[in-house]
Write a protein that binds this ligand. Structure first.
Ligand code: NAP
Length: 330
């Protein structure tokens, strides 16, 4: 009887020891263990003889697939998988997986933090205090706007979108509008979310939250026209992907006072250039793509991605194949 060789995998970023130990039980592996992202040319060399890849964000395209003739499985440590060239992967018979659900509440918490921080001007006023500019007396220049009982419009009422809606309803008594590819009747019934067109949502919302995945249909779904429909008093919140927004249009809307402010976790270019105009605006709250970045959630995501990878390589039904690649056989 021949000895069954363990599959070979490459781990393209540092992961928790428990996730690495789990992979080690089932696979031979090499890893990139540095804080800096792995240079593309190093990755292309490392995956030459690999069956599996554990990664986050790196493009899985023709070039990478051509460099890895044995590759069968790519497991992302993220729910977003806009780094997958789905057609190329389908053609080559490479399975792709992501980490849905385990991060919903964590990302939704962050969205509400962006809503509150923008409306109540928290980073701006934090600087005000720390810079010693706080004086006794009545100062209306501190005033922000109420979040409670206002209207939130969620574009993309999926797993995270619904977790945001729950917080908005039960935490802040907000009215909930949503626009989505398909109707979400359960959320309508349970959360009182009202389905509307994108234009209607933009016109009526005090907080517009963008939470779709990045796809060809959602690329720059927010542009000049969309920002011009928003109320002058409204805030725009984005934690989806930077490319869902025409950033120039957002900058113009903010500079011309077409909208009151923004809360951003994602950008067209990441890391954002330190000289970027958005970073010079007091009415824009900026975060470094930390939607899912808590210790527990990042741990859970890494463990889930490791399990997805191993299960797929062992020929078991992996937990989280992305929809578009569900028919792939290798
Ligand atoms: P999800 O459950 O798949 O939800 C996405 C929702 O968007 C679905 O309801 C989907 O509609 C809808 N949608 C897709 N294309 C659309 C379109 N063209 N027009 C209108 N609606 C559309 O995904 P999720 O887990 O909530 O995650 C959403 C995205 O958030 C991820 O893909 C990722 O890019 C981003 N994200 C960012 C962070 C961060 O750190 N900032 C963290 C996690 C996730 P259907 O119901 O019809 O499919």
């Amino acid at each position: 009887m021949g000895i069954k060789l363990k599959p070979k995998v490459f781990i393209a970023l540092p992961i928790p020891p428990q996730a690495e130990a789990f992979i080690a039980e089932h696979c031979e592996y090499r890893k990139w263990d540095f804080k800096e992202p792995i240079p593309r040319e190093v990755l292309l060399k490392e995956i030459v003889d690999m069956d599996g890849l554990l990664t986050v964000g790196g493009e899985i395209d023709h070039e990478l697939l051509n460099s890895a003739p044995k590759l069968k499985v790519v497991s992302n440590i993220s729910v977003g998988y806009n780094n997958f060239d789905l057609e190329a992967m389908k053609k080559r018979g490479v399975l792709g997986m992501n980490t849905p659900s385990v991060l919903d509440d964590t990302v939704a918490d962050l969205i509400l933090a962006l809503v509150l921080a923008s409306a109540r001007r928290i980073p701006e006023l934090d600087r005000y205090v720390k810079e010693g500019r706080w004086r006794r007396g009545y100062d209306g220049s501190f005033f922000g706007v109420d979040v409670h009982h206002s209207t939130i419009g969620i574009i993309g009422l999926g797993r995270i979108g619904e977790a945001i809606a729950k917080r908005a309803k039960y935490g802040f008594d907000m009215n909930i509008l949503y626009y989505n590819r398909t109707r979400k009747f359960k959320a309508e019934k349970n959360l009182g979310a009202q389905y509307c067109t994108m234009d209607e949502l933009l016109q009526k919302s005090d907080f517009v939250v963008l939470m779709t995945p990045l796809t060809p249909e959602t690329t720059r779904i927010m542009g000049h026209q969309e920002f011009s429909l928003m109320k002058n008093s409204a805030f725009f919140i984005n934690a989806s992907r930077g490319q869902t927004v025409d950033e120039q249009a957002l900058i113009e809307a903010l500079l011309k006072g077409k909208i009151r402010g923004a809360g951003l976790d994602v950008y067209e270019q990441e890391p954002i250039d330190p000289g970027h105009p958005l970073l010079k605006m007091d009415n824009v709250v900026t975060l470094p793509h930390i939607g899912s970045a808590t210790e527990k959630t990042r741990f859970d995501m890494a463990m889930l991605a490791a399990k997805n990878l191993v299960q797929a390589l062992k020929g078991e039904q992996p937990l989280n194949i992305v929809d578009e690649l569900s028919g792939v056989k290798f």
